[in-house]
Write a protein that binds this ligand. Structure first.
Ligand code: NAD
Ligand code: USQ
Length: 396
């Protein structure tokens, strides 16, 4: 199949492009390097060094013999977006290309506006391009479990049957996101659902949980094929951060009480889920939602797991929660649709944690301990250390 991967220079887009290419699909990769510019802006970098996209693509050709058509540009540019869809003629488009860090979106007004414009406008341009060029293209869009928030009822997969004053309907599950980033995904979902209905598109919204891990069968084939691993207080996600913290002897930073519970998955399962969605496309006019995670953990539970499994000394520190979120809550979310399509999950095990400790130990000299503390406060209108940084967000 011909598949265009948007955001293919990022943490998940790059290994997904390799995974699909390795399985014989014809893959095109698209990125505007926004993620690399956030690093410059924040003075942070991936723990594992990453090659330039050109070097990555050249190395993949040498290692596998497969070509990746490369397009450099911004989805917020409608002509670029239309051109890539016209030129590559994809049958499926996997859309990872958004600003994805909740703390980045909460730095100040400029970063909130940047995040929402980048994400919502990019996706809207893409919907128009698909509708104009070929409405048969299947859009596989990365959403987030954070669209739902933490309601005091079970979370369904996208839709819930509601009975109200004697009448029944199946309606989108209520959304209660916890950052301007997570809100951008809700706005995307609404736009995708509406565009799918009016133009009879095919779309799958993958409400993904928090991803952990770094190595995939393809990225380990050469150091220049490695994907990034973030641990800083803005882009680092919770388990990846705890592993880095354990290895360098930094206390594990549990925010608040640590009862925040989230769906999580191994990076290798991201690739498998995306492939399953592509190989089992939505029908024309169908907007479907899959909850893409394999297990749920509380933040405190993750910290205890790391403390138990890491061979060195580990301390856990409950730091004041920089976010506005429930620190203890009910959490039970459905996630059967990808399992029904055949997903065989990699569950979080001691073996996996050991291999992750190995990755971090090999690169621990790159850790900047100053980057670990959370610097963005949800309650502040502007976080002093980072507000006014203008590289990536300077366009707004
Ligand atoms: P990432 O930031 O590493 O990758 C995103 C890529 O998209 C970057 O390379 C960036 O340069 C590119 N990009 C951003 N805006 C663009 C634009 N306007 N035009 C072209 N390229 C653009 O993020 P990631 O961790 O790989 O996440 C990928 C997707 O998966 C995101 O949409 C994110 O919201 C979603 N997701 C990620 C996680 C996670 O734990 N990492 C969990 C759930 C959902
Ligand atoms: N947390 C800590 N300590 C830390 C870091 C985080 O306790 O050092 C807590 C946070 O307060 C939060 C939880 O861990 O309660 C998750 O935070 P996170 O930064 O790991 O994840 P989040 O901000 O939700 O965002 C990440 C990705 C985002 C994706 C989302 C999936 O960056 O792109 O959409 O996970 S989900 O969480 O399901 O919405």
């Amino acid at each position: 199949m011909k598949i265009l991967v948007l955001g293919a220079d990022g943490y998940l887009g790059w290994p997904t492009a390799l995974h699909l290419s390795a399985r014989g699909h014809t893959v095109g990769v698209v990125d505007n390097f926004a993620r690399r510019s956030y690093d410059h802006e924040l003075g942070a970098s991936s723990l594992v060094p990453i090659a330039t996209l050109k070097k990555r693509v050249d190395t993949w050709r040498e290692v596998s013999g497969f070509e990746l058509a490369t397009y450099i540009g911004d989805l917020c540019d409608p002509e670029f977006t239309r051109r890539i869809v016209t030129d590559f003629e994809p049958e499926a488009i996997v859309h990872f290309a958004e600003q994805r860090a909740a703390p980045y979106s909460m730095i100040d007004r400029r970063h909130a506006v940047y995040t929402q414009v980048n994400n919502v406008v990019g996706t809207l341009n893409l919907l128009y391009a698909i509708a104009e060029v070929n409405p048969d293209i299947h859009l596989v869009k990365l959403g987030t479990m954070g669209e739902y928030g933490t309601p005091n009822i079970d979370i369904e997969e996208g839709f819930i049957e509601i009975e109200h004053r004697g009448r029944k309907d199946v309606l989108p599950f209520p959304k209660q996101p916890g950052s301007f980033y997570h809100l951008s995904k809700v706005h995307d979902s609404h736009n995708i659902m509406f565009a799918t209905k009016i133009w009879q598109l095919r779309s799958t919204d993958l409400n993904q949980g928090i991803v952990y891990g770094q190595e995939t069968p393809e990225t380990v084939l050469h150091p220049d094929l490695a994907t990034r691993l973030d641990y800083d207080g803005v882009f680092g996600t919770v388990l990846n951060r705890f592993i880095v913290q354990a290895v360098i002897g930094h206390p594990l930073t549990v925010y608040g009480k640590g009862g925040q519970t989230r769906g999580m998955l191994d990076v290798r399962d991201t690739l498998a889920c995306v492939e399953l969605a592509i190989m089992n496309p939505a029908q024309r006019g169908e907007y479907r939602v899959f909850n893409q995670f394999t297990e749920s953990f509380s933040v405190a539970g993750l910290a205890e797991l790391v403390a138990k499994t890491y061979p060195g000394d580990v301390t856990i520190e409950n730091v004041a929660d920089p976010r506005v979120e429930a620190e203890e809550h009910y959490y039970r979310a459905a996630h059967t649709k990808l399992l029904d399509l055949g997903l065989n999950p990699h569950l979080l095990s001691e073996t996996l944690l050991e291999s992750l400790y190995g990755v971090v130990e090999r690169h621990h000299a790159n850790v900047d301990p100053e980057a670990i503390r959370p610097q963005v406060q949800w309650r502040s209108i502007a976080s002093p250390a980072l507000a006014g940084s203008e590289l990536a967000a300077g366009r707004q």
